[in-house]
Design a protein around this ligand. Sequence first.
Ligand SMILES: *Cc1c(COP(=O)(O)O)cnc(C)c1O
Length: 428
Amino acid sequence: MTEEYKLATQALHGGQEPDPTTNSRAVPIYATTSYVFNDTDHAANLFALGEFGNIYSRLMNPTNDVLEKRIAALDGGAAALSFASGQAAINAAILTIAHSGQNIISSTSLYGGTWTLFTQTFSKLGIEVRFFDPSEPEKINDLVDENSRCVYFASLGNPKNDVPDFEKISKISHDHGLPVICDNTVMTPFLLRPIEHGIDIVIHSTTKFIGGHGVHIGGVIVDSGNFKWADNPEKWPEFCSPTPSYNGVVLEEALRPIGNIAYIIHIRTHWLRDTGAAMSPFAAWATIQGVETLHLRMPRHSENAQKIAEFLNNHDQVEWVNYPGLQTHPDHERANKYLPDGKGAVIGFGIKGGKQSAINFINNVKLLSHLANIGDAKTLVIHPASTTHSQLTEEEQKETGVNPEYIRLSIGLEDFEDIKNDINQALS
Ligand SMILES: *Cc1c(COP(=O)(O)O)cnc(C)c1O
């Protein structure tokens, strides 16, 4: 077993033993839809959740299983579950506990796709999203009522780059009996482990730094195993009441001997079973290759980004730079508390001359790739106001931190001098 190893070792070995049938050292891609039962009793037992095992790859797959165990280990969680995308993971994480007529409390500082999910799609499903500015977590107190089901925020606003007060947000949420969900895509477990700061459920879009090479879309939910659903069984019937589709089993009780993992098992056995946004084993395999070097890449991303942020900050064509590693950043002190190992790869900055200058800059970069992504090993650039955040109203753009001249960089692993020189020539 690999549990006693340190994080860097977990990145390479977590959740895996050499394949017992082939002795394969690398994690094999189990390209199979289904699994042969030993006999009819075995089949019946698996279907009744009497024992865990492989039935059908929409529900679980041995390649995905390694990825899930590995990310759970890195985040210090009890269990994890992979999805076809980060958005599918966010959707499942919330719709499992919030239903029509209920509400969730969310930070305004959100990824563009999450913003439209919350404001447009959830409202069609009858779920209200009540927003708070993450710089004022006390406002959560005014938004909560008996129909609230969770508090949601991102570990670093994308693209606002604000660093929330994790401990304050979790304390306030827990005082109201609500679980806290944190999207940790931008930091990854090697720069921030939200569970250590009281977060109950962590989400990653593995499309970004965890995959790390810009080749596969994916998402993961990590369940800390810390939230006590059984303290308020009426509020959480999906875990604490008999489940009609599994012979009336009460998940919270049935799973207690293994761990407090009713939430993540419910998502697997209900949400994934019924809505099917499963990650393909090919994507899981490619993502595992990324995880194996994540501990080396995140410090280098941060180191390059810190140097580029300082370079931009001293450049006379640049109006402002938003990077939590700069002393001028309003959350710099909090960033040092929560992100001692690096402040990540994402930099926002504005050039003198506003929106037109931003567009000129992007049209003149050569090494930097102009595309809609972050977290690739290569350096990326985009103008959010006309792309990722263009579906938001001007007011909404302001709330999510996107002003017209904003340029977002995701600093990659190239030689710092080459990144700097390309930015310098595009600025002039
Ligand atoms: C990209 C991203 C998502 C969505 O993930 P997909 O894998 O693209 O569905 C969610 N949150 C953040 C912070 C992201 O950067």
